[in-house]
Design a binder for this molecule. Structure first.
Ligand code: HEM
Length: 205
């Protein structure tokens, strides 16, 4: 039953539409003026949170495929990866607009001055590279082996995202959510390493 539902072309669209709901929610909150006393901070933080959530959801696809033995889950991986990029892009736009007033010189200085911004920026650059090479033409041009090696950078991006989050929260010593995401990313990374090195490992795509 699950398998049939996941195979339907509409399932892909349903995933994309549901994934855009947080964005629609934030846009309507802007228009209804319900973002609270500091709307800029709210938007930067909310888009950062959604980027990290979608990164984790994207990383969940491979274990889900292996545990359920259903390759159908892989149909959603590219869309989820692109949605992660979409939220990261929105996050970067909110920061550039609300925190830095579109001043490119100030943005460059801020990246150089604040390590947590530099770490987020590095994650964003890597994520952009993966988004730009997520299409069939790029797989063809790079060759599947090199393409897979490149796309393993998603685990590095997840570690950078945790470091970015940790650093940002260290000022207020408020780490509760950071530990939750760190544990999840640790589990996903640990699972990946374990499946890679266990005897008779057969790595799924
Ligand atoms: C992979 C890319 C990125 C991820 C996953 C990410 C994730 C996050 C998360 C989870 C937060 C904390 C939200 C909270 O407190 O609830 C955050 C905050 C923030 N991020 Fe990012 N981020 C990324 C890239 C960037 C980039 C490229 C920039 C800017 C160049 C940036 C600037 C900021 C700023 C300014 C804050 C808020 C700091 C504050 O309110 O004091 N992030 N980000």
């Amino acid at each position: 039953m699950w398998r049939d539902a996941l195979r339907k072309p509409a399932a892909k669209w349903a995933v994309v539409l549901v994934s855009l709901l947080p964005f629609v929610g934030l846009c309507s909150a802007i228009f209804l003026d319900t973002l609270g006393p500091n709307p800029a901070e709210y938007l930067i933080r909310a888009t950062g949170d959604w980027t990290l959530r979608f990164l984790c959801i994207t990383l969940l696809i491979t274990p889900l495929r292996a545990i359920s033995n259903m390759t159908e889950w892989l149909r959603f991986r590219r869309s989820l990866g692109l949605l992660t990029f979409f939220y990261a892009f929105t996050h970067a736009i909110c920061y550039s607009l609300f925190d830095m007033g579109w001043e490119w010189g100030e943005i460059v200085l801020d990246i150089a001055k604040r390590p947590f911004i530099a770490v987020g920026f590095t994650g964003f650059l890597l994520l952009s590279l993966l988004a730009a090479t997520s299409f069939n033409a790029a797989v063809k041009a790079l060759g599947i082996v090199r393409w897979r090696q490149l796309h393993r950078a998603v685990y590095g991006i997840a570690l950078l995202a945790i470091l970015h989050f940790f650093w940002m929260r260290s000022g207020k010593q408020n780490f509760t959510e950071v530990w939750v995401y760190a544990a999840l990313v640790g589990l996903l990374l640990g699972w990946r390493v374990w499946t890679q090195f266990k005897p008779n490992a057969r790595l799924e795509k």
